[in-house]
Design a protein. Structure first.
Length: 418
């Protein structure tokens, strides 16, 4: 028997990942960049609940789109307060429920009970009996619970009564001592208008808003994960980080979703790992982005011929320069001239070429920018962040051939001199 089989030396080692679990959605990082204000607000809202246990029923609403840090903030808050010693020998407890998995009041109560360490039967109990079991436990153990109800949109749409009960727990158990505080996490407030007025009144106060991340904020978030040991620092270049930030950043037309940015980095790392490389390339990012947000092929068919020729030039240029995500405008124009010659076409002048680039940028197909730190010159840099280059080149060659053979190619653009 091979002596190495008894240990772990036979397992493959990664040149990319140190601890890939730190890129997963359920990982709570040590630092929460750009969410310190929201975390501080959450602490302030629950200060009276924790300083004077039993004195007040606190309900807080976290509001923001997917991937804006709501879950990370509430779980970090939970980690901080769980087990904390309060006045008169009491202690704080924290429970977390995701309504995507627990869509009924009974299931929500079951999860809260299990988080408290109770042996909760799956059947034979009504939800009212389960609620009283949890309340009795808190009373007898002198504990005060803060429960986070995440993705509460699911029960707002399917089981409004569950929201009603949760927002009035103290009334339901007929106890003057407020032993539970609640954090509701929602994606948007459009549901509010359809809810019962009594529920609306309890949810309209203590709202903490989470806004989509910008490209720079996402870059900082990704860099922090690398620093925390998700990947080897040598495996991730600034070029790759900036590329993902541009793809996902709200200010660049993306959703501003940190989960999506982390998913793209993870998938890009897996592509590099599968080829036994020690670093992630821009093309890995393009492939990863195409996995999660496929580029519509029919978008290419609506382009003018010179826009296609420019894209083909850019795709070929970036394939040769595989370690960079953008190339200078001047270099792109030279490649475009070569491709026009290849097809026996007269190239457009500089002004018309620049107009094509602007159109492609407006459509979100190419990205443009100025040189960053450590880069010389003032020229505009052009990139193709979202589409795998080989796939794009193949589609463009077919489309250009069809245009030329049909004689229906529209070149468009001004012929004014540079």
């Amino acid at each position: 028997m091979d002596s190495t089989m008894g240990g772990s030396s036979w397992l493959p080692t990664s040149k990319i990942f140190k601890d890939e679990s730190k890129l997963q959605a359920d990982y709570i990082p040590r630092h929460l960049p750009f969410r310190e204000e929201q975390l501080s607000m959450l602490r302030e809202y629950f200060k009276p609940f924790l300083l004077k246990p039993g004195s007040v029923f606190v309900r807080v609403l976290l509001l923001g789109s997917v991937g804006t840090g709501k879950t990370a903030v509430v779980r970090r808050f939970g980690e901080d307060i769980n087990g904390a010693k309060l006045a008169k020998g009491a202690s704080a407890r924290f429970a977390y429920v995701n309504c995507h998995a627990h869509r009924t009041l009974f299931s929500i109560m079951q999860k809260i009970g299990r988080d408290l360490g109770l042996s909760v039967p799956r059947r034979g109990f009504s939800r009212e009996e389960l609620l009283m079991m949890i309340w009795s436990y808190l009373k007898n153990s002198n504990e005060y619970l803060i429960a986070a109800v995440d993705e509460a949109d699911y029960i707002a749409h399917s089981e409004e009564e569950a929201l009603y009960v949760l927002t009035r727990l103290t009334e339901m158990v007929e106890d003057e001592v407020h032993r539970v505080g609640l954090v509701f996490v929602f994606r948007d407030l459009t549901f509010m208008m359809s809810l019962d007025r009594s529920i609306q009144s309890t949810l309209q106060h203590n709202i903490i808003r989470f806004y989509p991340y910008t490209s720079e904020q996402l870059e900082e978030i990704l860099l922090r994960r690398v620093e925390e040991g998700a990947l080897y620092e040598s495996a991730v270049s600034d070029e790759v980080i900036e590329m993902i930030g541009e793809l996902v950043g709200y200010d660049k037309g993306g959703p501003g979703d940190a989960r999506l940015a982390l998913e793209i980095l993870y998938r890009a790392g897996k592509y590099a790992e599968s080829e036994n490389r020690d670093s992630i390339l821009p093309e890995d990012v393009r492939r990863a982005h195409s996995d999660v947000m496929p580029f519509p092929k029919d978008a290419l068919s609506n382009l003018k011929l010179d826009e296609k020729l420019l894209l083909l030039a850019l795709a070929r240029l970036l394939q040769r320069k595989k370690f960079v995500s953008k190339v200078p405008m001047g270099l792109l124009e030279l490649e475009y001239h070569d491709i026009c010659e290849e097809y026996s076409l007269a190239p457009k002048k500089h002004t018309a070429v620049w107009e094509c680039i602007r159109n492609l940028s407006r459509m979100g197909i190419v990205s443009t920018g100025k040189p960053g730190k450590g880069q010389k010159g003032r020229t505009t840099l052009i990139g193709l962040p979202a589409i795998p280059l080989k796939t794009l080149e193949k589609e463009l060659l077919l489309s250009i051939r069809e245009d030329l053979s049909s004689g229906a190619a529209e070149r468009g653009g001004s012929e004014s001199p540079a």
